[in-house]
Design a protein around this ligand. Structure first.
Ligand SMILES: *Cc1c(COP(=O)(O)O)cnc(C)c1O
Length: 380
């Protein structure tokens, strides 16, 4: 037998309470019970997004909401700017291209965070740019971009919105949609929200709705205006993801019971222990700055194939983590600590990493990383 542990940066572990909630009989999406459930969930999502605006729920993965965040706000030929510091930043560029948007790329070296000044300069050079797209947490590199600083730059411009992919950031660290001016905030169910894949969420500011009024791109399924109309009546335009919404109700209950500040503090504490533990095991972290608290990205030591680490974690110890993508394949491995995670998820990951590296012939002092993490996670 090999017991399985899920420590991938999505999908992530789902708490038993949430699994049980989703096992309930199927609720019909036009039944009165559904409207009551959706009303509650919609309110709790506003709490999580720290917004007074509507948070739309869509049946799709996160990318569906990203797509909608391009098609609903821009017309073919419109200008946009996107921060490309990894696989998901690159996706903004591909989406813009798909919808005929003329997008300027702000290229950021993988492992680095965007310098907000470069975005400010690009916007100054081209006042016609209507939207800025970025990740709050770039999951392919483990870097957090300073979206608060980006918001400060964008918010003074009357006709430009900031769109943030917060798919591995919402529910991990503080993101204040209204207070900071994050006009459009995108999230997905299978990362920090402790749910299976299948729901995407998007909050939209008044400024962004004004832009949506003028947009001429085609959006049929991911039509935010149509969804807003329905969702304000606690309905969905098409069939709702009813079982996932029952799970979401439970997950939001758990997050509310913990408190938003405590949720962020837990992630910060676990992320810190993971990073320090990996360093104490003699490893170096891939991000050169601003590591995201959602996951830890570790550079494979020289002579060690990062894919072999990922593969052996899985095959020898039952732990599903993640490898690197594109040119980082073989160079890194990625371990998540977002969502339904606590002390022993981190200890387990560090212990298994030490064991795998030893198995691969890389010298590690067994227990060095674990000891460090234990020290940092000791209950007070
Ligand atoms: C997971 C993820 C996505 C969405 O991917 P899906 O497969 O569509 O859920 C987008 N952006 C980031 C930063 C992610 O981590």
């Amino acid at each position: 037998m090999l017991k399985r542990y899920l420590l991938a940066p999505g999908p992530t572990q789902v708490p038993p309470e949430v699994l049980l909630a989703m096992a309930r009989p199927i609720l019909h999406h036009r039944a009165p019970e559904f409207a009551a459930l959706f009303a509650e969930v919609r309110e709790d999502l506003k709490w999580l997004f720290q917004t007074r605006n509507d948070v739309l729920t869509l049946v799709s993965t996160g990318t569906g909401a990203m797509e909608g965040a391009v098609s609903n706000f821009l017309s073919p030929g419109d200008k946009a700017l996107y921060v490309n510091g990894g696989k998901f930043g690159e996706r903004w560029g591909k989406l813009c291209k798909t919808f005929g948007v003329n997008a300027t790329e702000v290229k950021v070296e993988w492992g680095e965070a965007v310098d907000p000044q470069t975005v400010a300069d690009a916007l100054k050079k081209d006042p016609a740019i209507k939207a800025v797209y970025a990740q709050a947490s770039e999951t392919s590199t483990g870097v957090a971009h300073d979206v608060r600083a980006l918001a400060e730059i964008v918010r003074s411009r009357e006709d430009t919105i900031l769109v943030v992919d917060a798919i591995t950031a919402l529910g991990v660290f503080d993101l204040r949609a209204d207070e900071w001016g994050l006009d459009v905030l995108v999230a997905g169910s299978q990362k920090a929200l402790m749910l299976p894949p299948g729901l995407a969420f998007v909050s939209v500011s008044e400024k962004a709705w004004r832009l949506a009024e003028k947009a001429k791109n085609a959006a049929f399924y991911f039509n935010f205006k149509k969804e807003r109309e329905a969702q304000q009546k606690n309905q969905t335009a098409y069939t709702a993801g009813v079982s996932l919404l029952l799970g979401l109700q439970e997950a939001l209950k758990m997050l509310k019971a913990e408190g938003l500040g405590n949720v962020f503090a837990r992630h910060a504490r676990l992320a810190h222990a993971m990073r320090e533990g990996m360093k104490a095991a003699g490893l170096s972290l891939f991000p050169k700055q601003s590591p995201s608290d959602a996951l830890t990205v570790v550079s494979a030591p020289s002579g060690v194939d990062g894919q072999a680490v990922y593969k052996n974690l899985r095959e020898q110890y039952g732990i599903t983590a993640a490898g690197g993508q594109d040119h980082l394949k073989g160079k890194i491995f990625r371990i998540s600590h977002m969502g339904y995670v606590d002390t022993f998820d981190v200890i387990q990951a560090i212990a298994a990493t030490e064991m795998v590296l030893t198995g691969l012939g890389h010298p590690v002092k067994l227990g060095a990383g674990v000891g460090k993490a234990e020290e940092l996670l000791l209950a007070k």
